[in-house]
Design a protein around this ligand. Sequence first.
Ligand code: ADP
Ligand code: MG
Length: 317
Amino acid sequence: MNEFELINRYFKRGNFSSGLPLGIGDDCAVVAVPDNHQLVMSVDTLVSGVHFLENSDPSLIAQRAVRVALSDLAAMGAEPLCFTLALTIPHVEENWLRGFSNGLHKTADEFECELVGGDTTRGPLTISIQVQGLVPAGEFLCRDGAGVGDMVCVSGCLGDGAAALELLRGDLKMGVSASRYLSDRFYRPTPRLDLGKKLRGLASAAIDISDGFIADLGHICKASGVGAELDVDTLPVSEPVFVCADTAQWRQWALTGGDDYELCFTVPQRNASQLSRMINNQGLDITVVGHIIGEREIRSAMSGELLTQGVTGYQHF
Ligand code: ADP
Ligand code: MG
C-alpha cells in the first residue's frame, strides 16, 4: 500500500460541513472562521515508549491523543473546530492503522472535531495532533489573570491519572469496576470543553491539569505573579482512589500526579455568587480548594507547609 492509498483508506472521510469547505486531499485544508471569532490552536506530540507503550491498544492511543489535545482548547475556553495529524510509523501494519483510525474518527465524532489533514512518514512511531478551536474575539482564557483573593477551583477529581498509571504498570491492585473506571479515565480523559466555555468572563485564569495540580497551578501563579494557599483537605478525589490509598498517598497523587485533564482556574470574589449558582443550579462538578495570595509560593492553609510539585512532574529535558 502506498502513502496515498493509506491516507485514503484510513484517514479520509467525506462529509465536510459549511465550516470546513475543503478537507483531506489538497495541499491544505480550508476552514471558515465565523465573524468576531478568533482561531485558537495547539499541537501535542506523543512518542512511542515515552508517552505510551508500543503494544497499547491503537484505538485507545488515538482516543487519548485527541482528547488530551482537546483539553488544551477547553483550558482556553475554546470550542473544537478541527484537527490535523502528523503520523510517523515504522511500517504499514493494517490492524494497527485500522484500530488507530477508528479511535481517531470515533473521537472526532464525539467532539464534533473533524480530521482535516496531516502528514504521513516512516520512522519511529510518533503521533502529532494539532487542534484548532474557536473563541469569541477577546474572550479566551489565559494563565496570567489570577489576582490576590481569587478562589482557586478545580473540576472533577484529582489523582485519577496518577493512580491509573500505577494500576496500568501493575503496581496497584483493585476490583474490576474500580480498575475499569481508572483505565477509562486514563485512556479516555474528558476534555472539560463545556466548562471551559462557561468560564469565559467568569474565571480570571485557567489551565488544564496535565503535569500535576501543583505544577499547573504553579504555571498560573508564575504567569500572574502571585501564589496560592490551599486547603488540602478539600482536594476532590474519586471513590476508587480514596478506597485504594491512604491519605498521604492520595493527597500526593492529587497534588502532584499528572494526566488528570481537569481544569484548574481562578475566580475573582466579585464572581463568587455567579460561581456558586453555576455549581448549585447547573450541577457543575467544581471544588474551591484555596485562594490566591500575594506571596509567590504555594502553601498549605492549615500547616503553612510549602507544597511543591515533587518528583512526578515529567520534564523531557
Ligand atoms: P503535500 O505533499 O502537499 O504536503 P501530502 O502528500 O503530505 O500533501 O498529503 C496529501 C493529503 O493527505 C493532504 O491533504 C494531507 O493533509 C493529507 N494527509 C496526509 N497524511 C495524513 C494523515 N495522517 N491524516 C490525515 N490526512 C493526511
Ligand atoms: Mg503540496
